[in-house]
Design a binder for this molecule. Structure first.
Ligand code: ZN
Length: 88
C-alpha cells in the first residue's frame, strides 16, 4: 500500500512536471518521485519556470478558427486541421 502510494506520487510528479513544462522534464521528476515520493510531487507543483504562455523559444500564435495555440510558422492547425494563413 505504501509502495503503491509512493509510486503514484512518482507518476503524478512526472505528469505534473510534464504538463507544466518544467525545465528538467517529466522523467527527472519520475525519478525524483521514486526517490522522494510526495516531496517530488510538491516539487513538481512549485518548480520554477512555469506557467509560461510561450514555452522555450518557440513562437506561437492563435489559430483563427479554434483559437488554439499553434506554432507561428504553421500552415495547418494541429488542433482543428484547418489551413491557416502564414501571417504575422
Ligand atoms: Zn485550429
Amino acid at each position: 500500500m505504501a509502495i503503491a502510494t509512493w509510486l503514484a506520487c512518482a507518476f503524478f510528479a512526472a505528469v505534473i512536471a510534464k504538463m507544466r513544462n518544467v525545465d528538467e522534464g517529466g522523467f527527472v521528476y519520475f525519478v525524483l518521485g521514486v526517490l522522494f515520493g510526495p516531496f517530488a510531487l510538491i516539487a513538481a507543483c512549485v518548480a520554477p519556470g512555469y506557467p509560461r504562455p510561450f514555452p522555450k523559444a518557440i513562437k506561437t500564435r492563435l489559430c483563427p478558427f479554434c483559437l488554439s495555440e499553434i506554432k507561428a510558422a504553421a500552415t495547418v492547425c494541429r488542433h482543428c486541421q484547418r489551413e491557416v494563413l502564414f501571417a504575422q
